[in-house]
Ligand binder design. Structure first.
Ligand code: KPL
Length: 303
């Protein structure tokens, strides 16, 4: 049976791996999805799904004239504010925006710019995809996603539409009331894996070696201390176990930060170790291992 589709068109910002994955899956499920790119051009995408079946899809650019009611923003943490600010004049007054990125950033400045009926959501995903070439996408790991609404005002029609569509895009999907406990858990994984794999220029799996154990333990323990002080209780032993489970499950993957550093792109370090250090400073807690990682990545030419 065909899924209940959104009658509304969705727009996806950028052509990153997760955005293209969501767009491809939505188009295949019969949704109307367009891309918002710096250069509005169509993408003829070779999409290889998680069963290794390939097909070609044509993804069209969103016209600059039409109002946008539904927006998926799967851009890097440091690109979110600028991307959404640029799009604000194009948003319908009941537009629903879904953010999805690694790390945590302060979203209050963005929420303050939204109209009363506009809604902001956050989707955290463990779906894995990569681009072997600019117009080629491989869905390399079938994961799942969590979705939460960050703003209050709205009516249930809009909400159901967002939930149904995000389920088709990046599901299986679990709806949660508060995304922050999950974001802190994911942050612990990213703190442990991303900068270290970037500095060592290795696959995630190589971080299971005994020589990294002490550093990973210290980094993750600092995250747990800060999260717990903020009201998101996290025990170090359980969190470290989870980090090693992710390292094992993604052993052959290169982390997003390793890829960013190799491609000389700006990394998400400020939203990962930087966010931990910033929150720790406000709480007057010391996080020297996170500070050291932050500085080590910032010292690279294109951090
Ligand atoms: O989220 C990731 C990333 O690379 O950014 C992990 C979970 C570490 C997988 O590589």
């Amino acid at each position: 049976m065909a899924p209940a589709q959104s009658a509304l068109s969705w727009v996806c910002v950028g052509s990153g791996a997760i955005g293209l994955l969501a767009s491809a899956r939505l188009q295949l499920a019969g949704y109307n999805i367009t891309l918002w790119l710096k250069q509005p051009t169509q993408i003829n995408l070779k999409f290889t799904d998680s069963k290794q079946q390939s097909q070609h899809l044509l993804l069209l650019p969103q016209p600059r004239t039409a109002a946008i009611s539904r927006l998926l923003v799967p851009v890097k943490a440091h690109q979110v504010i600028q991307a959404v600010t640029e799009l604000l004049p194009y948003l319908a007054d009941n537009a629903q925006l879904v953010l999805s990125h690694n790390g945590i950033i302060a979203l209050e400045p963005l929420i303050q710019q939204l109209q009363p009926k506009q809604g902001l959501w956050f989707l955290s995903t463990s779906q894995a995809a990569y681009k072997p070439a600019p117009h080629s996408l491989v869905h390399s790991g079938a994961g799942s996603s969590f979705l939460a609404k960050l703003t209050h005002a709205d009516n249930s029609d809009n909400e159901q539409d967002v939930i149904t569509t995000m389920s088709a895009a990046l599901g299986p999907l679990t709806l949660v009331n508060d995304i922050y406990p999950l974001l802190w858990q994911k942050l612990a994984v990213n703190v442990a894996v991303n900068p270290l794999s970037a500095l060592e220029n290795c696959q995630n799996g190589q971080l299971a070696a005994a020589r990294y154990r002490r550093q990973i333990t210290t980094l993750v323990t600092e995250v747990c201390k800060v999260a717990t002080a903020l009201g998101y209780p996290m025990t170090a032993t359980t969190t470290i176990d989870r980090v090693y489970q992710v390292i094992a499950a993604t052993a052959l993957n290169y982390s997003s930060m390793q890829q960013d550093v190799q491609a000389r792109r700006q990394t998400e370090i400020n939203a990962i170790c930087g966010y931990v250090c910033q929150q720790a400073a406000q709480l007057q807690l010391a996080t020297p291992a996170n500070q050291q990682m932050l500085h080590a990545i910032q010292a690279l030419p294109h951090y």
